[in-house]
Structures are given as C-alpha cells and as structure tokens.
Design a protein. Structure first.
Length: 408
C-alpha cells in the first residue's frame, strides 16, 4: 500500500503538478485572464442565479463579506465551537463578538437547542458550518429561526458540498455561501476562497471592496503557490522511502512554498498578508480540478459509504455516509491509533483537535473559554478522520488495520 495522506495535499496528482509548471511558464497570465471568468461560470452551474466573488483565502472572503454587512461594533456572530481559526480571526479583527454554540454529533454542526439559548438582540449573523461536506442536521431549523429574527446566515461550505444537492443551497437575499479552495479541501488551487451571493447590493459592495482594497498577490507569492503542487507530488511519491519527509522539511525551511497558516495566525492574529484578490494563475489550477469535481465527489461519498458499512457498529453517525471531504470516526486511544497507522505510512487526520483549531492556538485569544461547548470539547479529544481520496481496496485495508488495532 502506497503512502496515504488525509491532510497533506490530498487532491494533488501528476496532472496538477504539470499544469502548475505550465502556468508558471506563463507569467503574463498570472494576475488576470479568462480562467477567472470560467470558474465563475462553473460555480454558477451549482448555485443558479448567483454570483461568485473570489479572494486569495477563505478568511479574506469572510472579512470582506462581514465588511459589506456593515454591522456595529460588539455585534454577535454565532459560530460552532468546532471550527478553525480562519473563521474566527476575521470576526475578531472586525471588532465583533464570536458566540460559540455547541454541536450535535450526527453532522458535527450547530446544535439547534443551544443556538436558541444563545441568540440575543445583538445576534446579527449565524455561520452554519457544513462539516466534512455534510448538510447540517438542523439546517432547515436554523434557517427558519434566523428568518424569524432577521439574522443573516452564512453557510460555510469550505469543506465542500455534494453537487447533486447544490441547487438547494443557492443563497437568498438574507444568506450567503463561503467556499474554500485551500490545499486540503475538496478542490484545491493551493489557496483560495469565494463568496456566493444573490443579493445584488452585497455583490456590488464586495466587488468594489475587492477592487479598491485588495491587491493581487506579488509575483513572489504566486511563484510560491505555483511551486506547491509539483513539490507536493514529489514529496508524496517519495515519502515511503524517506526522501519525501526530508524534502518537506527542506522546502519549509527554505520557504519555497507558502505555509497554510502564518505565524501571526498561530498566535491568534488576523494576518493581512492573505488579504488579496484571487489571481488568474490559481484560477487555472482550480478550473482543472472543477472539471473533475462531480466525479471526485461521487468517489469520496462512495468511500464514505464503504467506511460506514463496515464501521457503523462503532461511534459513527448514519449522516457520515455523505461525508465528501473526510470520514469522521470517534475513537478511544486516539494518539495510539494515529501513531500505529503512521507506522504503516497511513496518515489520518484529526479535524478538529480543539474547539478552535489548530492546536496550540491560544483559545483565550479567540474568546473561547473551557466549558462553552462541552460536546464539541469531548469530540475534539476523540475524533479522527479517515481519507476519502483512496480506492475501495485501500479503504478496506484501512478498516482491516483499524479492527486489528482495537482487537489487540
């Protein structure tokens, strides 16, 4: 069995690397070009009668959307206590208060009972996370509650979505969608994010904001981003013989590729280095992956079904069959399981290992206090993620290894 990665460059293959090299050799197309329009047209097929506005990152996307909503200082924005810093840091930078709501363990999204308790007159936005690409169990109830209280809803689709059901997610005047094209997401252009809207006033405001306040990345930044896919593919294919791990350390040390999270962000600070427009070079990479999106998402969901059919006797929700990014599994002795799989060159994920990930982000910097979301805190101690980019044969081997471990 070849080395399997859940978190590191799961989407990158030789074709992606070659495309990145070809794009690197065409610097006149790095900032503007037809691919930017092409990805917009493609996304609109999933969410009809809407407009996509891309940025360099998902956090820059969220920051611009929050700016366009024109809220007041100290207004409250509801998020789950099972998320990442990319969601929280833009909220804090804008001067708003993140309100953490606990999760349910079927789709690892908002618990409607806890949400109802924590809504106040200052609640202006609810961010509804589609964890692992699953539709939240209480999505309809959240939308209904928000509508009754005139609260704007941002559906966070950063983990992906099922294209067969995407039309039902098309935003209204009081909702928006956030997409992510980061290196660990369902489609990857290394960095990237987008807001999808149907509200014409918000579309115009965000377009103007992007035009006047968000420059394109520098040629150095784009160079680093274009180097990522070729380097990642070389690391992956050579990892099992020891060269890949060394190469990974060398490229990080030499800063040949841009880190996914900056040092400022690890300290709990919003970093303006990622507040940039989305360049055509990355749109070129994204357009290729979007051309395979439906096929790849079906394969991912099929693999989730394989895991579910074999592991449903354990702590697995039936909703996990639709997980299109990673398959969540709650386990005992997580550290031991991760280490044992690692010895077999199978590197499992652990989204999320604290209520606002990644560890060791200081939770006090993002306004989270222990006990705010007890269910989420317990899940963070026990969750592992199984890869959905593997073949059925590889998935069955992962299942076999898991049974062998727990039956020792």
């Amino acid at each position: 069995m070849t080395t399997v990665f859940t978190e590191f460059a799961p989407n990158e293959h030789i074709q992606d690397a070659l495309l990145s090299i070809r794009t690197f050799l065409q610097p006149w197309k790095w900032k503007t070009g037809e691919e930017l329009a092409l990805i917009g047209k493609k996304i609109s097929t999933y969410f009809p009668n809407s407009k996509m506005i891309p940025f360099l990152t998902g956090r820059a996307t969220l920051f611009s959307l929050l700016t366009a909503l024109n809220l007041n200082q100290k207004d409250e924005i509801v998020i789950t206590g099972f998320t990442c810093e990319a969601v929280v840091l833009p909220i804090i930078k804008k001067g708003y208060n993140p309100i953490y709501v606990d999760i349910e363990t079927d789709t690892f999204s908002i618990n409607i009972t806890d949400l109802a308790k924590k809504i106040t007159s200052q609640t202006k936005v609810i961010i509804l996370q589609h964890t692992f690409g699953m539709i939240p169990k209480y999505r309809n109830e959240v939308l209904g509650l928000a509508k009754s209280k005139n609260i704007f809803v941002i559906e966070d689709l950063a983990h992906g979505f099922n294209p067969s059901h995407s039309h039902s997610l098309t935003p209204s005047d009081k909702t928006a969608l956030i997409l992510s094209f980061g290196r660990s997401k369902a489609v990857s252009s290394v960095f990237g994010g987008a807001v999808v809207l149907s509200n014409t006033k918000l579309i115009q405001t965000i377009n103007n904001d992007a035009l006047f306040h968000y420059p394109y990345p520098s040629f150095l930044q784009i160079t680093q981003l274009l180097l990522y896919k070729p380097i990642a593919v070389i690391i992956k294919v050579s990892y099992s013989v020891g060269l890949g791990k060394l190469l990974h350390h060398i490229t990080k040390y030499l800063r040949l590729i841009t880190a996914e999270i900056s040092q400022n962000e690890k300290r709990g600070e919003y970093d303006i280095v990622f507040a940039k427009r989305y360049p055509n070079a990355l749109a070129t990479l994204l357009y290729y992956q979007l051309s395979q999106f439906e096929t790849n998402q079906k394969k991912r969901i099929d693999i989730s079904n394989v895991y579910y059919s074999q592991l449903k006797q354990f702590r697995v929700s039936s909703h996990s069959q639709s997980a299109s990014l990673r398959f969540p599994l709650l386990v005992e002795e997580r550290k031991k399981i991760l280490n044992e799989f690692g010895r077999r060159n199978i590197y499992l994920g652990q989204w999320y290992n604290q209520p606002v990930a990644p560890y060791p982000l200081p939770l006090d910097k993002v306004g989270y206090k222990k006990g705010m979301c007890p269910v989420a805190e317990q899940v963070c101690k026990t969750i592992i993620n199984l890869p959905t980019t593997v073949t059925k044969k590889e998935a069955m081997k992962i299942i076999k290894y898991y049974f062998a471990l727990i039956n020792k």
